[in-house]
Design a protein around this ligand. Structure first.
Ligand SMILES: [Zn+2]
Ligand SMILES: [Zn+2]
Length: 362
């Protein structure tokens, strides 16, 4: 039996309960979870915006230590420190073979359905979010969802690379290639947005404009490398971005909230030839509108970014190295360290905009 936070119904507090965990199948590993970040996507699942049906163990940003491996697992052994990845890959499909394993449909299906009942209670299977389910003391994941990392980084720091850091930094360094001297705007300065900002700073972008509705988040944005801040409550952000860039607009505008109207705003903030990059996830029934003429006549583009367009086995250890070499901030992302029992309060703090990240330490 392991203690887990289970979503029993949408829009209700998670239920902290003891559940059974099955032994790993041949291509799976059992991971003792040591730390897990509470990410906005967990809240989106609770709110029914990302379709994972209850009952399910949530949590998709975690780190831990391998305890047991299935008979066909070749690359991991008990004792290995790992990050949990919310897109696992099959290694065989068109996308995996062409080096884009983060787009593997097998992994995506797992992420969106939660179907894979490694957890169970009273004979009823319980799904796990994104194939991870790390709001539990232990979980069982596919081998490809456990990425081995060096063991000298504290796991309560490393866990944030599992979602927020990889998604945000990767959007800036993988999805697009920001060049030194270019200009960037970031709409939304939550846990992922701050990582887009520090990713842009790594590339040498000279102007990094943070946009949010909360001054407290804008203060955090400066810590991560924002050179300008705009509170969208007080001014028209698109106009203010143009003013800050000599009337041009930015080379890249990142939307890290998932609100269609803000995506439109981000698109309208980029200069001719520039790109708006959508990192935030709109609701599955929402449409995004942009001025169509700007696509060809201004050569502007609207592109998406999933999981930092990362090759996870290459890029997650790279993020850890950057942190260990003081080139990437992770400590500053962690506002609170909590126990699993406090998870519902962590969602309240998130909704109130009080935290960058709460991290559960088991
Ligand atoms: Zn996440
Ligand atoms: Zn695949």
């Amino acid at each position: 039996m392991v203690k887990a936070a289970v979503m029993r119904a949408f829009n209700e507090p998670l239920s902290i309960e003891e559940v059974e965990l099955k032994a790993p199948r041949e291509d799976e590993v059992l991971v003792k979870v040591t730390a897990a970040g509470v990410c906005h996507s967990d809240l989106s699942v609770i709110e029914g915006k990302i379709p994972v049906p209850p009952p399910a163990v949530l949590g998709h940003e975690g780190a831990g230590i391998v305890e047991e491996v299935g008979s066909a697992v070749k690359n991991l052994a008990p004792g290995d420190h790992v990050l949990l990845a919310w897109v696992q890959n099959c290694g065989k499909c068109h996308y995996c073979k062409s080096g884009k394993n983060h787009l593997c449909p097998t992994g995506f299906e797992m992420a969106m359905t939660g179907a894979d009942n490694v957890f169970e209670k009273d004979g009823v299977g319980i799904g796990k979010m994104a194939g991870v389910g790390c709001f539990a003391e232990k979980t069982v994941v596919r081998e490809t969802a456990a990425i081995k990392i060096r063991d000298d980084i504290p796991l309560d720091r490393a866990c944030l690379v599992g979602c927020g850091v990889m998604t945000g930094v990767g959007a800036a360094i993988n999805t697009v290639k920001i060049e030194p001297g270019q200009t960037v705007a970031v709409f939304g300065c939550g846990g992922v947005g701050l990582n887009v900002i520090q990713g842009a700073a790594l590339t040498g972008a000279t102007t990094i404009i943070a946009v949010d509705l909360l001054d407290s988040k804008l203060e955090q944005a400066k810590v991560f490398g924002a050179t300008h801040t705009i509170n969208g409550k007080n001014v028209d952000a698109t106009q203010a971005i143009r003013e800050a860039t000599g009337g041009l607009g930015v080379d890249y505008a990142f939307e890290v909230i998932g609100v269609p109207a803000v995506i439109t705003q981000a698109f309208n903030s980029v200069k001719r030839g520039g790109s708006a990059v959508v990192v935030g996830v709109p609701g599955f029934d929402q449409q995004v509108t942009v001025p169509g003429m700007s696509l060809p006549l201004e050569e502007k583009s609207l592109i998406g970014s999933l999981y930092g367009s990362a090759n996870l086995e290459r890029d997650m250890p790279r993020m850890i190295d950057l942190y260990m070499n003081h080139r990437l901030k992770i400590d500053e992302l962690i506002s609170r360290t909590i126990k699993l029992d406090d998870i519902n309060a962590a969602f309240d703090a998130m909704k109130a905009g009080e935290v960058n990240r709460s991290v559960i330490v088991y």
